[in-house]
Structure formats: C-alpha cells, structure tokens
Design a protein around this ligand. Structure first.
Ligand code: DX5
Ligand code: ZN
Length: 218
C-alpha cells in the first residue's frame, strides 16, 4: 500500500493564531499555504512576509500554492524564503518552464497548478521540469467548496502520463477533499491531498489527518 500525503490548508485555520494552528497539524506531511492576490482569484489571503515567518516557525515543510497573477515575477521570492515546495498556476505564468527551473535552482521543489477548466495535455511534455502537478478539484479562491467530479478523468490522464514517463512527479489534488471524496481522487491516481475545512473544521485536526491518510492510501 502506498501511504499518501495529507497537506492541510491553513486557509481554514485561525489567522490570528497561526503558530498554534501549525502545532495542531504536526503529524501532516506539509502545510499547504494558499497565497491569493485578489486578481488571479477573487479573494485575498496572505503574502510573502507571512510566508517568511511561517517558514521560520513551522515544524513541517511548507507547500505554497500561489494563486497570484504574474507568477514569473513573484514566485522565485518564495523559493528564496526557503519554502520546500512552490506551486504556481499555469494560467498565470508566461514562461512556466523557465519559472520551474528558477524555483529548482533556488532549492525549492517546483509545482504547476491547473484550474479545473485547464487541460493537462499541453503541459505533459514539461513533466521532467516539475516535482508536482496540482489538479484543482474546485475553482480556486475559497475553502469549503464542493469537490468537482468532472476533474476525475483529468486526474486519471495525468496519473497515466506520470507513470508512463517514469518520473517522480507528485500528483496533488486541492479543493473539496473530505473523508467522502478522497477515495475518488485516490482511485483516479492522486497521491498528495490538500484538505482545509476537513482538517481545521474537525474537533481533532490530527485525528482527521490520520483518517484521511488511511482513506487516501492505495
Ligand atoms: C482553494 C484553495 C484550497 C482550499 C481548500 O482555492 O486552494 O487549498 O483551502 O479548502 P477545502 O479543503 O475546504 O476545499
Ligand atoms: Zn490551495
């Protein structure tokens, strides 16, 4: 059985107590940090200064998800901050191959994210430039939305392409992942699961993580 990775999203955490909120998920594989600029998505969350502090205090690695325009310009600074994994959106990058190389050169893992309506096929030739592919399973912008089943065929096609390539590329899903939906995403081939409300909405986040881990392993 392959053990899956659970990356809780701090978008659903208490923003006034982020250090304490991180300590509640110390059994997670990484903490998913949603950066939103109110342009790429219609919501504003947090930016580089907060991520820099989180990087200094977090007991687990940071998985930054940049939902921001002009990713080519802004993403490298997150790698410079020491963030373990930096994911930018394909729709927000002019030169994704160049950007992925810059992130790796700065010591971060490079992730490429796709909105639900963006096809995966145009990006398959650049799998070798990536450490992670993120298939959004809701329209990005808000936590607590319903999982979009229409993304399952894309997850399957991405899994098949990654397996064919023989490359070590993680396949992350983000949005609407709960104890009820995680099976479907795992069965389709995802191996890294972001969960915001399902973890921070639970009375015991650490227990919710372990339950999701069991349900998402295959
Ligand atoms: C949505 C964010 C997600 C969000 C997930 O745009 O990228 O990471 O926090 O939240 P849930 O798990 O509640 O859908
Ligand atoms: Zn996210």
């Amino acid at each position: 059985m392959t053990k899956c990775c659970i990356n809780p999203s701090i978008l659903s955490a208490d923003f006034a107590n982020l250090e304490a909120e991180l300590s509640r998920i110390s059994n997670a594989d990484a903490v998913h940090v949603d950066v939103m600029d109110n342009h790429f998505v219609p919501n504003l969350s947090l930016g580089l200064p907060v991520v820099q502090r989180l990087q200094e205090i977090s007991p687990i690695p940071l998985d930054a998800h940049l939902m921001i325009e002009h990713a080519d310009r802004w993403a490298p600074a997150y790698a410079d901050a020491g963030v373990a994994s930096v994911t930018f959106h394909a729709e927000a990058s002019i030169a994704p191959i160049k950007l992925a190389r810059e992130l790796r050169a700065r010591g971060s893992k490079a992730g490429l994210a796709l909105r639900p309506g963006t096809g995966v096929e145009p990006f398959l030739d650049m799998l070798g430039e990536l450490d992670m592919l993120l298939i959004m399973t809701v329209e990005p912008g808000f936590g607590g939305q319903e999982f979009l089943d229409l993304t399952l065929p894309k997850i399957r096609r991405a899994r098949a392409a990654i397996d064919r390539s023989g490359l070590q590329v993680a396949l992350q899903v983000d949005g609407g992942i709960t104890a009820d939906t995680i099976f479907r995403a795992a069965e389709a081939g995802a191996d890294v699961f972001v969960a915001g409300s399902a973890v921070y909405g639970a009375t015991d986040p650490a227990d919710a993580i372990e339950r999701l881990r069991v349900a998402g392993s295959r």
